[in-house]
Write a protein that binds this ligand. Structure first.
Ligand code: MF3
Ligand code: CO
Ligand code: CO
Length: 299
């Protein structure tokens, strides 16, 4: 017998979706009414929020796309130096992606004109690669989303250009730690709100601020799927996490105030006060035990 939740189903010998660690046949399958009730509760939020759970083959597909994303970021890292034009990063990412029989998701996404987002200093996100030249002391975020065999993976890192000053060091280290602390909240039974709470607490504790207008998101079958993953919020709020959920965590942290505006190009988001902004992003799978990053790199 199989229970189904749109894309998720479970066999008798699979781990029970209630998270007990037992086989399904030894757990909720055998318990009839009580078991069905427990499962109904567990899946209620995934249903309510239209969250598409990923199965084994999907996860393997996203993991492969994720490996390519991480390799792309590593390739870019080796290029970063004062004098590099942001459009040269775009060329590298585009060609590397195509050479691996993959597709750069940003290109033509809702009219975005390039294959990668490149965001320098006060640019929070969605910077369009172009003629801007990196200079010593800059920070630059490179956000890569790759489609491989139909599966999407999404990750970004913020790099130092040349030698960082104290402000650059501070904001990059706080942003990295925010992602780490957000990821550490990911386990079945916790909620999406727990992730944002942990991130906001750390950022504000360090005297920095959290951007509200852009959030993490479900990912895998599409670029942006439910649920939204805010990087601020209250413990215990939002959808309950269950194994098979895949979403990004991608806190944008400002050294000054949280306020932003978007440039005339309709994409580039910058800090209103001109302060530095940094971001790190990974694609995270909820597992029985906690989480696995499908775009792993050290933070
Ligand atoms: N990669 C971004 C994210 O993390 C989205 C970029 S949309 C684009 O969600 F069109 F600018 F590429
Ligand atoms: Co994302
Ligand atoms: Co991204």
């Amino acid at each position: 017998m199989r229970i189904t939740n749109k894309t998720f189903d479970v066999g008798r010998n699979d781990p029970c979706p209630c998270g007990s660690g037992l086989k399904y046949k030894k757990c909720c399958l055998g318990k009839k009414k009580a078991g069905a009730e427990k499962l109904r509760k567990r899946f209620a939020d995934a249903r309510r929020y239209n969250i598409r759970l990923k199965q084994k083959a999907d996860i393997e597909g996203i993991r492969k796309a994720g490996r390519l994303v991480v390799d792309t970021l590593q390739l870019v890292e080796a290029d970063i130096r004062p004098g590099l034009k942001t459009d040269e990063i775009n060329t590298r990412v585009h060609e590397f992606t195509i050479r691996h029989h993959a597709v750069p998701a940003p290109l033509n996404y809702r009219g975005f004109p390039k294959s990668v987002c490149v965001s320098v200093n006060e640019v929070i996100c969605h910077g369009i690669p172009g003629e801007r030249v990196l200079k010593d002391g800059d920070i630059v975020n490179v956000d890569v989303t790759t489609i491989l065999n139909g599966y999407y993976a999404d990750a970004n890192r913020t790099f130092f250009v040349g030698s960082p000053g104290p402000d650059a060091r501070k904001i990059v280290s706080v942003a990295g730690e925010c992602l780490r602390k957000g990821m550490a909240m990911v386990k079945p039974g916790n909620t999406i709100g727990d992730i944002g709470w942990a991130i906001q607490k750390h950022a504000e504790g360090e005297g920095c601020s959290v951007v509200r207008e852009f959030v993490g998101h479900g990912v895998g079958f599409d670029f942006h799927e439910p649920p939204q993953v805010p990087h601020f919020g209250r413990r215990g709020t939002g959808p309950v996490l269950i194994p098979g959920m895949v979403f990004t965590i991608e806190p944008m942290i400002n050294l000054g105030k949280k306020d932003l505006y978007v440039l005339e190009d309709g994409w580039t988001a910058v800090t209103r006060d001109g302060s530095l902004s940094a971001q790190f992003e990974q694609t995270i799978l909820v597992t029985e035990k906690g989480f696995e990053s499908l775009t792993p790199f050290s933070l």
